[in-house]
Ligand binder design. Structure first.
Ligand code: RM4
Ligand code: MN
Length: 393
């Protein structure tokens, strides 16, 4: 495909202008592998500084107006004040991520722990997260459970499902009218034998049982190698049960690398299902979030790069000629249908996105603009003392 014709360009740019991508507070903080956290200069020391960085990413890209929080990493005394600060900076607070995986009590699990006292503590944390959502104005409670077992016989698989269902029910019943519960799944790690929410089918079944405010979130790094993620997207969209994404990319396990870095074609295929399902518009209610860790690369530019990668995959997905595709599919034209998709995928959309940014009064090259902005030099000096934020592993 060469330059899109005028009507196509208008359609594509309109959709791209409406796109929203949420960045995660923890991606601005220090993180690492099991082996080492390498601290970086200028890293935020508290949730306010994380929000300032997220606001910088939004100022440069124009499409990242919300920032997700993780509790207790982002615990503050006054959430209304934090929300106010975010607004002043030009962003708002997004999903609240619960954390029931970093307390000594959770050695044998959190909401599925065999000890009812530990389960109570974990569920209370989920309820506390909904209290926080009331104060931050957040719509989504995002739940990921590290619960599971390492050895056959360690605990009763069915009983753990019952405990999970009971905990989800309590959290669900606490939600306000405009709030949602997003349930995330992950194949393995840290549990190595049987994870309690290992796959989309398990997450889907629990969400179905809970009701309309419960939906599945797809973390792109949480599957077995070779899994067809776009199939999962298509299935959940059709069922009205896709709540959003935790975007990142992986080569081996839950690598949390920049989205679109490992497999940009997969990201295109995912976004194609989103576009085909008419789910890109914010009113469709799909949360496009990043869930990444930048262990060795500079964090803010990596997050900008990630936002641009999602935009590029989306632009290509929007360029697919839907009529030509449908005609080829109807005619059983296997090669023709595949060619329609590949044509769009091979289009260089970077000039189009640069034009779009310029039209919106942004620098066409957000990464270069960041480098020139002096922001990094400023935070490096301003944040020299104190305790840098990190994931506390
Ligand atoms: C988990 C999961 C969650 C994220 C934590 C930090 O693997 O992806 O979404 O909150 O990591
Ligand atoms: Mn995630």
């Amino acid at each position: 495909m060469t330059h899109p014709d005028a009507p196509t360009r208008a359609r594509v740019t309109q959709a791209l202008r409406a796109q929203r991508i949420e960045t995660p507070s923890w991606a601005y903080a220090n993180s690492g592998t099991r082996f080492k956290v390498f601290p970086q200069e200028g890293v935020p020391r508290d949730p306010y500084e994380k929000i300032a960085d997220a606001a910088m990413v939004h100022r440069l890209t124009g499409v990242a107006p919300t920032v997700a929080l993780h509790i207790p990493w982002d615990r503050v005394d006054d959430y209304a004040d934090l929300a106010r600060y975010a607004t002043e900076q030009g962003v708002t607070l997004g999903a609240i991520n619960a954390n029931v995986f970093q307390d000594n009590d959770y050695r044998l699990g959190s909401v599925t722990n065999p000890d009812p006292g530990v389960r109570r503590k974990a569920i209370d944390h989920l309820l506390e997260c909904v209290d926080i959502m009331d104060r931050t104005g957040s719509r989504d409670l995002k739940l990921w459970f590290s619960d599971g077992t390492n050895y056959p016989g360690q605990d009763d698989i069915r009983a753990r499902q019952d405990r999970l269902a009971a905990a989800l029910r309590e959290a669900y019943d606490r939600l306000g009218d405009d709030q949602r519960l997003l349930l995330e799944y992950k194949l393995f790690e840290p549990a190595f034998y049987a994870t309690d929410v290992p796959d989309w089918g398990t997450a889907y079944a629990h969400c179905l049982e809970l009701g309309p405010k419960a939906q599945v979130v797809i973390d792109t790094g949480h599957h077995a190698p070779g899994t067809n993620i776009e199939f999962i997207v298509a299935f959940l969209l059709r069922a009205g049960k896709l709540g959003g994404f935790d975007f990142n990319s992986r080569f081996y396990a839950d690598d949390d690398l920049m989205v679109g870095a490992a497999d940009p074609f997969q990201l295109f295929r995912i976004m194609r299902e989103i576009v085909g399902g008419n789910a890109l518009r914010p009113e469709a209610g799909i949360a496009f979030m990043l869930d990444q860790c930048h262990n060795i690369e500079p964090k803010i530019p990596a997050i900008i790069r990630s936002v641009l990668n999602v935009q590029e995959a989306t632009a290509k997905a929007l360029l697919v000629d839907a009529d030509a595709l449908a005609a080829a599919q109807r005619a059983g034209d296997v090669l023709g249908a595949n060619a329609v998709l590949m044509d769009a995928y091979h289009t260089d959309v970077r000039p189009l996105l640069a034009e779009l940014r310029a039209e919106a009064g942004l620098d066409p090259d957000p990464i270069a603009a960041y480098a020139r902005s002096g922001y990094f030099e400023r935070i490096r000096t301003e944040r020299a003392g104190g305790q840098q934020a990190g994931w506390g592993a």
